[in-house]
Write a protein that binds this ligand. Structure first.
Ligand code: ADP
Ligand code: MG
Length: 613
């Protein structure tokens, strides 16, 4: 029994490679529980691998792990955490050498440290015949050849000595207790993030968290020498974690302006980086599990040379030389300050309630202006209003907080709600001292507080589909263009390249693929599709997190452009990240969920983008 696929490969050994096409849609039982289905077959041995779906019955008790007996009624973040665990267990098995064979022919998308919804492993209701919930795992397998002839024996080793043992040991035979811990941890993380607002906090860092990473190119926690985080007593908060029954104590950062000061190399950027990815849930041994921020947090930085279209940057930049308008700013080559101003405005437009800034990557002239400079260049001649003069407006009039790393200037002291000082990786609450210093030493304290905001809500910005796509041309002989993700750093959009290397909250390749799909959906949908996405976006009452949670929509700013992005995001999530749109060909199993901020960031960086304002 279970030798059908083996027999097939034996029978085609040495036969012309094209013969393998007959496997398309064929399905084989490899063991009592594991099945393999061929979805698409490569045309020759050198082409990208064939698409294969491995499946088995759900290897755990639904009730215990998902707290329900029906897949459709379970809490999404539990289902997603379980899928994430299965994918990790598969990769772990591969690494630990569970297989008797290593072909190098197998390609299954790798997860980052974060728990995201992905199309790689999915739990689905099985078909009528077999019934019950099943696990589907999507892989690419390079079916081997001798030149242009089939290497049937090589293929047998891949399926029976490599894929099958890993499926049996690591998926069918997964460690249900570890799975339970993983799912419980993720559910608690999601819960904690949801509690922040009601507790008056925008961020939380648990005591004992390990924030530094192993190295610049590894996101695993630093092992030896890591100093665990300890909250200053004055900021300590305790939260109950209902799913594990535990409580967690740590630093709660309140709504407002939070400064992270301190000397160089004392751990400021490391703390901020942990907060940046606090929008995601992490694997339980990550060190940052209970480092959580408002789910709408956006990292802001300078990004010179990016393009900008139709963004109102006038709250920060006005009266540019040569009468260039800044209420609907357009450039194909932004400066440090204009790019940072646009990044702020675009984050607000998409509904951010928390901005994260690190002086290491900010444009100095957008951040501060001191008295001496003011004497040399009077206010009237300076187009820039620095962030220091706007931060309070955002807090008081729009409920948008900021957390910023500032080691080089005290200008923000009078506006700060909390001032932390990092010293030798320890956090101290120096809010009182910073206030004292600013009242004693600062001459021009605080511009008069304006009750009227310079930020206008809702924002008037619409996506202009025909304008954006009129310069984009179809491939010869096709109705579609080619849109594809390239690693974590860029998207190819027909002839254009969208640079995402400075969009720092994108953490895995699958997210870039998903964003590429969203852009392709907009292109392929044409005017009608765009209208449909817009209507869908406008009707949304809930906004989804990348790990399956949801929260009521309650955003300070808004625009039609933002609603369109939300509609597109929701359509892709409804399709479980497999949109199958003609312009974005992707093998199954290579997408992960991104937030609307990152999807919007990609569209905002498309150099052919046109908007109506
Ligand atoms: P800053 O931004 O204050 O200049 P960084 O955050 O860049 O400092 O940290 C400097 C170095 O210290 C980095 O190599 C980082 O990995 C390490 N580091 C940061 N926090 C810790 C910690 N809690 N324990 C051990 N090493 C740390
Ligand atoms: Mg730094």
């Amino acid at each position: 029994p279970y030798a059908e696929l083996r027999n097939y490969f034996n029978s085609v050994e040495g036969v012309n490679y094209g013969e393998l096409k007959s496997l398309t849609n064929a399905s084989f039982a490899l063991s009592e529980s594991v099945r393999c289905t061929f979805l698409a077959i490569q045309s020759d041995p050198f082409a990208p691998g064939s698409q294969v779906r491995m499946s088995c019955p759900c290897p755990f008790q639904l009730q215990k792990i998902l707290q329900c007996s029906e897949l459709s009624s379970c809490v999404p973040c539990r289902r997603i955490a379980a899928e994430d665990y299965i994918l990790r267990s598969f990769h772990d098995g591969h690494r630990r050498g569970v297989a008797r064979h290593h072909s190098g022919a197998l390609h299954v998308m790798r997860p980052s440290q974060h728990v995201l919804e992905r199309s790689t492993v999915v739990l689905v209701n099985g078909d009528r015949e077999r019934g019950g919930v099943e696990v589907h795992l999507f892989a690419r397998v390079k079916l081997p050849g001798h030149g242009r002839r089939i290497d049937g024996h090589g293929a047998i080793r891949i399926f029976y000595d490599e894929l099958l043992p890993i499926m049996e040991r690591c998926v069918v035979g997964l460690d249900e207790e570890a799975l339970y811990q993983h799912v419980t941890s993720v559910h608690d993380q999601e819960h904690l993030r949801g509690e922040l607002r009601a507790a008056g906090c925008v961020a939380f860092v648990a005591n004992g968290s390990v924030l530094p990473r192993e190295s610049g190119n590894s996101d695993r926690p630093l092992g030896k020498g890591a100093v665990p985080f300890v909250s200053p007593a004055s900021l300590e908060r305790t939260f109950h974690l209902p799913h594990s029954g535990a409580t967690v104590t740590g630093m709660g950062l309140p709504h407002g302006l939070i400064l992270i000061a301190g000397g160089g190399f004392h751990g400021k950027s490391t703390l901020l980086r942990a907060l940046e990815v606090g929008i995601y849930n992490h694997v339980p041994d990550d060190g940052r599990v209970y480092v959580t921020v408002d789910p709408t947090a956006v990292k802001i930085r300078a990004e010179d040379r990016r393009s900008i279209n139709g963004v109102d940057i006038s709250p920060f930049i006005n009266n540019l030389p040569f009468q260039k308008t800044t209420t609907s700013f357009v450039t194909s080559d932004a400066s440090g300050s204009t790019s940072q101003a646009a990044n702020i405005m675009e984050a607000l437009e998409l509904g951010s309630r928390l901005l994260l800034l690190d002086e290491d990557t900010c444009a100095t002239n957008l951040m501060y202006r001191d008295d001496l400079m003011q004497q040399l260049v009077p206010r009237e001649q300076e187009p820039i209003t620095p962030f220091v003069d706007r931060v309070t407006d955002l807090i008081q009039n729009h409920g948008v907080s900021s957390i910023m790393v500032i080691g080089g200037s005290g200008q923000y002291f009078p506006h700060a709600t909390v001032t932390l000082v990092m010293n030798a990786y320890k956090a101290f609450d120096c809010s009182e001292r910073a206030k004292e210093i600013s009242t004693t030493f600062m001459s021009s304290v605080q511009p008069p507080k304006k009750a009227i905001s310079v930020f206008v809500s809702p924002m008037q910005r619409q996506f202009d589909g025909s304008g954006t796509f009129s310069t984009v041309h179809c491939r010869r002989g096709h109705d579609s263009i080619k849109v594809s993700g390239v690693g974590v750093d860029s998207i190819r959009f027909a002839e254009e390249t969208i640079d995402l290397s400075l969009v720092e909250q994108i953490v895995e390749e699958g997210q870039v693929n998903a964003i590429a799909q969203c852009l392709a959906m907009l292109y392929d949908g044409e005017e009608n599709g765009i209208r449909t996405f817009l209507a869908k976006g406008k009707s949304l009452k809930l906004l989804y997190s990348p790990s399956g949670g949801s929260e009521p929509r309650n955003v300070p700013f808004y625009s039609e452009f933002a609603a369109l992005i939300e509609g597109c995001d929701a359509a892709l999530r409804d399709a479980r990240l497999e949109a199958r749109t003609p312009s974005c060909y992707l093998p199954r199993g290579f997408t992960s969920a991104a937030r609307r901020f990152e999807i919007g960031a990609a569209l905002n960086r498309l150099r052919t983008l046109r908007t109506l304002t």
